[in-house]
Design a binder for this molecule. Structure first.
Ligand code: MG
Length: 394
């Protein structure tokens, strides 16, 4: 790579932000950092902005504007705050926008980046889940490429032969199975927050870790793959692979299966996305030693014990508003679980009840614009909050 490219990182203080920073620092001539966006962690955002020599630092929660300003006083770094500043930042023309904000608040900035014609590296799976059809259409119209950052989708991206798309039979997304892979239904009913946060392979943020325990994360990823690769709902499946070494597989009609392998370390898919179509160095990543690992095992997912995965497949097949409702209800239910307002296994009952009460995919008669997506998100949140508050689940 000869000239440095400009990059903005939305979600710079989360775990994807950490890994992205490592890759940017390991390839110092590749990028100059236009802007960093954090949600509320002022100290980390300020420190990172200095470390990466960013031009701007933006805190999404505007209550922290003053403290960010103070933390960066004396530095030549512009400071801004609030939702509109985040959208503004995403719209600023750069070579690459890393979209790694958590949950549905990441939708608008990702859409704004696309509107501006910015290539996006997307880790915010909720954006594609809720706005999939709207977002991929918008990207195609603006000639914008969406580079997947999620490890499974980045794996698929690496082995998906676009010119041979017609020869692809199906995609497989692998799942670690999470901390409750071997737990019975009865045991899962007793799961505590600390159990759910105890992921065997990956270190991630709280929301995605709990989603990995319910397998909602895998459900979101299936819907994400459906949109990213324009494959039908019946062309995507999930296999549980507890070692998390194979991240995704593309099955071709000649019987060939191409897989991407690597240690479970987000810096590999991030390096692959940031460097694309070239390759970067990721010196911090432990190298894969298959002989030492000895065993890679696989099993089908259990939709009975993990109903969130089944609900996600149903929402994907139903389409339109259903995935946005699934996602919104899940966000509310996970928060309720974290706050001790529902049990772990009730996350699924809250989500199922919300989708049912909202009328599923038909909740919105037209589903074609960002406004429709945001309306479905609000509807899902409102109903799910009522379901939690009135304990309309069991
Ligand atoms: Mg993933």
């Amino acid at each position: 790579m000869t000239t440095a490219r400009s990059i903005s990182i939305l979600g710079a203080t989360g775990s994807i932000g950490d890994s992205t920073s490592d890759i940017v620092l390991a390839n110092p001539d590749a990028f100059h950092v236009a802007a960093l966006v954090g949600y509320s962690n002022v100290e980390k955002l300020a420190e990172r902005a200095c470390m990466l020599n960013a031009k701007r630092a933006i805190i999404a929660d505007e209550r922290h504007y003053k403290s960010l300003k103070e933390a960066l006083s004396g530095h030549a770094i512009d400071v801004a705050a609030g939702r509109l500043a985040v959208i503004d930042c995403a719209s600023e023309p750069v070579d690459l926008v890393v979209c790694a904000m958590v949950g549905s608040p990441g939708i608008e900035p990702a859409m704004a980046a696309i509107t501006a014609g910015n290539t996006i590296a997307l880790a915010n799976k909720e954006a594609l889940v809720c706005a999939g059809a709207v977002m991929t259409k918008h990207a195609a119209e603006n000639g914008v490429r969406i580079l997947p950052l999620d490890s499974e989708h980045n794996a698929l991206f690496q082995v998906f032969e676009e010119p041979n798309r017609e020869s692809i039979e199906k995609l497989t997304v692998t799942a670690s199975g999470g901390p409750f892979r071997t737990w019975s239904t009865e045991q899962i009913k007793t799961a505590k927050l600390s159990d759910a946060l105890n992921h065997p392979n990956w270190t991630m943020g709280q929301k995605v870790t709990i989603d990995s325990a319910t397998l909602a994360n895998k459900g979101l990823e299936v819907i994400e793959a459906h949109h990213l690769f324009a494959m039908g709902p019946d062309q995507i499946d999930v296999v549980v692979h507890p070692q998390s070494i194979i991240h995704g597989m593309v099955h071709y009609k000649d019987g060939s299966v191409l897989a991407q392998l690597g240690m479970p370390d987000m810096r590999t898919p991030i390096a692959a996305a940031l460097a694309w179509p070239d390759r970067f160095e990721a010196p911090q990543v432990q190298r894969l030693d298959l002989a030492r690992l000895a065993n890679l095992t696989f099993e089908p997912p259990d939709l009975q014990r993990f109903p969130m995965l089944k609900l996600a497949f149903d929402a994907m097949r139903e389409g339109r508003a259903a995935p946005a409702l699934f996602n919104a209800a899940n966000e509310v239910a996970v928060r309720a679980f974290v706050d001790g307002r529902c049990a772990f296994h009730q996350i699924a009952t809250i989500v199922a009840k919300t989708i049912e009460d909202a009328g599923g995919g038909t909740a919105s008669s037209v589903f074609a614009t960002l406004e429709d997506v945001l309306a479905a998100d609000r509807l899902g949140q409102r109903i799910a909050n009522a379901v939690v508050k009135d304990r309309l689940y069991s």
